[in-house]
Ligand binder design. Structure first.
Ligand code: SF4
Length: 402
């Protein structure tokens, strides 16, 4: 059982974030925001995959002008997802110049490392915070190692050099990131943005660095925290590194919203990052979205790929049926289905799942025992095991979840 940190509740659109509220899955578009049609289409793709909050880049006047059109188009099509605007360098100007668009955004993300230098930085930061406070919009103060406030960092490095026992370089980096987050949050509060309108993040690209810096931050404050491994890379590397980093923190109750930042591979759908978030939360027992198929990797005891094909077919079948099941059966997302390759672990895993089937390994009798709620129910045999099992699955779900 994971005990979450106690934080204020931040409301973003209809989403409640923090403390006991579900860890929120979020994502970000990667098409130019000024291209309304492309942005709307990608937001829909992300939402359809399960993203509960979507961030868009707002980098110039054209992007800011597009916000209202995007908002209108999404609402017309029944998509009520909160949209966060991602501002760097010129957020103060863009928000001030287009208040209707500022109102349409559900949240602003700003990076104190690039709101300006010296007194300009304070002025720009204050402009954004004042608009947010006036419009009642939450703000994420997002610190990134790659764009850490250099004035702050260099002054902390120089202080460190004067110590009798200087800290390691990484320790200064962690301290600077946490200080930047907390000082800017405190400044925002002084400017009138209440604590329940502030979300913090301190993103780094190394798994252990990210774990360390978030742990320090979580220890020092009760702000709502957005977790993400920045620049995680793509493909297996990005998925594994992000999952490792996020799970190390989520396991200790740290993190109220997550994003997995994956470099897309050619042809890869953007919604992969959403699917990874959901799968991670479900595999840790934090949230449940879809029935899972427990299947074995196979080994020398299998002399055909029947169990691989059946596991894949069952996953696809669940994907094709889940929307209807969700309308009919409460709790269906917690269903566990086992599809196993032989007698060694097949019966055991099948008994632990809600429903399971154990296919025969080499030299076993050509029958497939089916287990439900820990009990052997019957054996399937013949050439159409897949269809027989789908029927059994439907009957079981009707009996168990009606
Ligand atoms: S269940 Fe059987 S086939 Fe699957 S990995 Fe274990 S021993 Fe191999």
């Amino acid at each position: 059982m994971i005990t979450r940190r106690v934080t204020p509740t931040v409301k973003i659109g209809d989403i409640l974030m923090g403390s006991e509220h579900p860890v929120v899955v979020q994502s970000m578009t990667d098409v130019p925001t000024a291209n309304v049609a492309a942005t709307v289409s990608q937001i829909k793709e992300l939402v359809d995959a399960g993203s509960e909050l979507v961030r868009i880049t707002v980098n110039d006047r054209a992007a800011m002008d597009a916000v209202l059109h995007i908002d209108r188009s999404l609402k017309n099509d029944g998509y009520d997802v909160p949209i966060a605007g991602d501002f760097h360098y010129n957020g103060h100007k863009l928000l001030k110049e287009n208040i209707p668009a500022a109102k349409a955004l559900a949240k602003y993300r700003i990076n104190p490392g690039n709101t300006g230098k010296g007194s300009i930085k304070y002025d720009n930061f204050s402009t954004i915070i004042n608009i947010a406070a006036e419009l009642g919009k939450p703000v994420r103060i997002g610190i990134n190692w790659g764009s850490l406030d250099q004035e702050l960092f260099l002054s902390m490095m120089s202080e460190n050099e004067k110590r009798k026992k200087p800290l390691e370089f990484k320790e200064v980096v962690y301290a600077a990131m946490v200080r930047s987050a907390l000082e800017n949050a405190a400044m925002a509060e002084k400017m009138g943005l209440s604590k329940d309108k502030i979300v913090l993040s301190v993103k780094m690209s190394d798994v252990i660095d990210m774990k360390n810096v978030y742990e320090i931050l979580a220890e020092k404050c009760d702000y709502v925290l957005h977790l993400g491994l920045t620049e995680a890379g793509g493909s297996i590397q990005g998925v594994v590194a992000s999952s490792a980093a996020l799970s190390l923190l989520l396991q200790h109750g740290i993190g109220d919203t997550i994003r997995v930042s994956l470099t897309p591979e050619p042809g890869m759908k953007r919604d992969m990052e959403v699917r990874v978030c959901r799968s991670l939360l479900q595999s840790m027992g934090i949230r449940y979205f879809m029935p899972v198929v427990i299947s074995c990797p196979g080994c020398g005891r299998t002399d055909s790929d029947a169990y691989i094909r059946l596991a894949d077919d069952v996953r696809k079948y669940i994907g094709s049926r889940i929307n209807e099941w969700k309308n009919l059966y409460s709790g269906i997302e917690k269903l566990q289905v086992a599809v196993m390759g032989c007698i060694v672990n097949g019966p055991g895993e099948s008994k632990h799942a809600d429903i399971g089937i154990s296919l025969p390994g080499s030299s076993e009798a050509p029958v497939c025992p089916v287990y439900q709620d820990g009990k052997l129910m019957f054996n399937l045999s013949g050439n159409n095991i897949k269809d027989q099992f789908f029927n059994v699955l439907e009957e079981y779900i009707k009996m168990r979840f009606s």
